[in-house]
Design a protein around this ligand. Structure first.
Ligand code: CA
Length: 234
């Protein structure tokens, strides 16, 4: 997996240090800028996968930076950090192209969740599952490279689409994948159309891999949202 590169624009040292430490621990590469000028300098010399942008900077306003970055990189995920009492800025920032915001003080876990979610949604960041090694869950052994599976009820050949769906689940283990995300990553469909195709697919996978397909433990329905794959049920 490619290491996602985050541009952190934050002038408050203690906040920045905490964020850098934790983002790096999560496997992100972090470039830190304390001013608008150094942020734009970094921005124009490298390609980033996500920007965390504080709005109040010593030399500029984050909204101006947001506008410039959005213009140069239409798909770049931008997360704004706003302070209490900056509601107007928040609205303006979202209008100028920020994708999401967090109000200070925010919880670190919340920030990491948002960052992770935004990267996953962004078009060019596709976590790649390593197809070389067999994947084990329940009493199943999946060989994605050769599209073969060994299950409690026998051996199976998987179709390319079944393989792609399993790969998407394995790469996002434990996370809810929306119907749209699944349709898009498996079939390349952008819109929420033909969702029955997806449901039929899930029914089939459960029949293959669940001990009791009517009572799934691994391929779970998240009502109103989509599906979630769990490798080791509680
Ligand atoms: Ca600030």
């Amino acid at each position: 997996m490619k290491q996602p590169h985050v541009l952190l624009v934050e002038d408050e040292t203690h906040i920045a240090q905490g964020l850098i430490y934790n983002l790096e621990r999560e496997g992100y590469l972090v470039t830190h800028a304390e001013t608008g000028a150094s942020a734009m300098e970094a921005f124009s010399s490298r390609r980033f996968d996500l920007v965390i942008l504080d709005l109040m900077l010593p030399d500029s306003h984050g909204i101006d930076l947001c506008r410039k970055m959005r213009k140069a990189a239409p798909q770049l995920p931008i997360l704004m950090l706003t302070a209490l009492g900056e509601e107007q800025d928040r609205v303006k920032g979202l209008k100028e192209g920020a994708d999401d915001y967090l109000s200070k003080p925010f919880s670190l876990d919340e920030l990491l969740l948002r960052v992770h979610g935004m990267l996953r949604r962004s078009a060019w960041y596709q976590p790649v599952y390593n197809r070389e090694a067999d994947y084990l869950f329940g009493s199943n052994r999946i060989d994605l490279k050769n599209l073969k599976a060994v299950t409690a009820s026998g051996d199976l050949r998987l179709t390319e689409l079944e393989g792609r769906m399993l790969e998407t689940f394995f790469a996002n283990e434990g996370e809810t994948l929306t119907r749209t995300e699944l349709l898009k990553s498996i079939w390349g469909m952008a819109e929420d159309t033909e969702t029955r195709t997806l449901d039929n697919f899930i029914v089939r996978l459960r029949k293959y891999f669940e001990v009791d397909p009517a009572n799934p433990k691994h391929i779970l329905t998240v009502r109103g949202r989509g599906y979630r794959f769990v490798k080791r049920p509680e």
